[in-house]
Design a protein around this ligand. Sequence first.
Ligand code: GDP
Ligand code: CA
Length: 333
Amino acid sequence: MKIAVLAGGVGGAKFLRGLRHHLTTIHPDGDGGHTDEVTAIVNTGDDVWLTGLKVCPDLDSIMYSLAGANDEVRGWGRAGESERVSAELTAFGVGWPWFTLGDLDLGTHIARSHHLREGVSLTEATARIQARWPAIGVRLLPVTDADVPTFVAVEENGMQTQIHFEEWWVKHRAALTAEAFVQRGIEASGITDEARDAILSADVVLIAPSNPVVSIGTILGIPGVSDALAATEAPVVGVSPIIEGSAVRGMAAACLTAIGVGTTAEAVGLHYGSRADGGILDAWLVDKEDADAVPALHAAGIRSRAVPLWMLDDATSGVLAAVALETARDISA
Ligand code: GDP
Ligand code: CA
């Protein structure tokens, strides 16, 4: 079975770990004995060139997490990290002092920048970097090879300005009111051939419970993505990142407010819309506490089920992934 997953960083990583856990541990022979192939199509809107290096937070969150090299306690970056190089850069007055890059993490960015400077695409650079951890079991693809950095329109000291997404998210903790999100260069960008093929040839397309605005929203805004989702014969099943009116972890509510969408599983599902109606979803999983959203979603042409959505560990995320696959099978049947 070929499975394509649209994903942001941490929510995407947890879901992908659960999916891998389900496919390898619980259901190791795949459907009908065929090997399963999982491709993650990952947001690149958070990417930034910093101190001469290309940093791709969402691709790296997923890669470290799948490799078991992530810092579980902090929730981002590498385990066993030190920050000697960042301290030195701060002493030089270079980079963002509030955006600490660990020494091991910098190794990733140096390797990636090396490949990019040799002239290969971000897709190829990502393949070379993920080969460092051969057992990841998921093919990681940036959704686009173009730079599409997300900027946030805010008012700072009485002035309208745009700041990089990471500055808004990490430095300001999303506390400045976001008036809009602007992915610079997005119109001229495009989905990669690899990501398009992954969607078109998939048996199942899953939308991870990732930020609907700055992770999934950015992916959907890349020219060619919604066309591929409309054209694929695979069922498209999404998982709500919102449980009981809250973004579970993180600050997604500030992003949804900026685009005029409520912070509820129902509002996000309706915002994505039914594929039959020009949207992207065939089905949308909401948490069992959000079961009252199901009728409105059905009325909008989106199959919906209320199931436990908390991803507490690989086992619970694995059950969630299994439910998403079962929902897709029901649609195909
Ligand atoms: P980021 O790029 O690191 O911000 O990560 P993503 O965009 O992939 O996902 C972040 C979102 O994942 C958060 O805003 C939450 O809404 C969602 N999320 C995190 N943990 C869980 C969970 O256990 N269950 C569900 N359903 N969503 C979660
Ligand atoms: Ca992100």
